[in-house]
Design a protein around this ligand. Structure first.
Ligand SMILES: [Zn+2]
Length: 243
């Protein structure tokens, strides 16, 4: 008879959508029959995401849980493909990002309103260009109807994640952002970083929002890069920290 050690679940990681300069990583976690999808990508990645599941003989209805690292639109815009799944997210990130997109949609006052969410914007040399791109991206892609039904959400602040998955609160990128730390027994540590580590080397290449708090973002990024682990960044290929 097979021995099942419930104390040390073994999560297999499978990257369905590899992160790039625009799209976010979408990662399947599998532990026996339990299937979890971390982040769901941009709307125009929907077909690619479903195809990636099909290649593994899976359908969207097989995914029991979705976890959103944060609520930027490049991480959540296919939540709607999983209407029967429970979605774990932080309420803080959900509320903060939705309010941000509402502000970006304001035709008259969007620049002033956005500074409430990104007070450090003018620390960047290319602030005006950055803000213009942010708005263009939001107008093109933000669609609240793709983010899942309110009844699907289970807030990470007050609910434990499935066994073996630990949230690490990494709020430098946006308030309420979480990275996932996965310990497969003693042997292996995996970190699904979300946008706490956007790329291994060059964050400038990613079309996304600037950090909400740059100093905090940099300190969290350094901490993850100095952990002995396999890291799945938000917008780059997975890599192993060589320490
Ligand atoms: Zn983000």
């Amino acid at each position: 008879m097979a021995f099942v050690n419930n104390m040390h679940p073994s999560w297999k990681i499978d990257v369905l959508l590899e992160g790039n300069w625009r799209g976010a990583s979408s990662v399947l976690l599998q532990n026996g029959g339990q299937l979890i999808l971390v982040d769901t990508g941009l709307a125009h990645d929907a077909h690619q995401l479903v195809s990636a599941l099909e290649r593994r003989s899976l359908r969207p209805c097989d995914i029991g849980f979705v976890i959103n690292t944060h609520f930027h639109l490049d991480h959540i815009s296919n939540n709607c493909l999983f209407p029967d799944s429970v979605i774990y997210a932080t309420q803080e990130s959900y509320d903060w990002c939705r309010a941000l997109y509402t502000a970006l949609m304001d035709p008259e006052n969007w620049k002033t309103l956005v500074l409430k969410y990104y007070p450090e914007t003018y620390d960047f040399d290319n602030a005006d260009e950055l803000m213009r791109k942010m708005r263009k991206f939001a107008l093109r892609w933000w669609d609240a109807s793709r983010t899942g039904k309110t009844s699907q959400f289970r807030w990470i602040e007050t609910n434990k994640l499935p066994c073996g998955l630990e949230p690490r609160f990494t709020w430098g990128h946006v308030p309420g952002h979480v990275s996932l730390v996965i310990s497969n027994g003693e042997s292996e540590r995996l970190i699904v970083a979300g946008d706490a580590v956007m790329t291994r080397l060059d964050d400038q290449q990613v079309l996304t929002m600037p950090p909400h708090c740059r100093a905090q973002y940099q300190s969290e990024r350094r901490e993850i890069l100095s952990s002995p682990a396999l890291v799945i960044p938000g917008h780059d290929k997975p890599f192993r920290n060589l320490l």
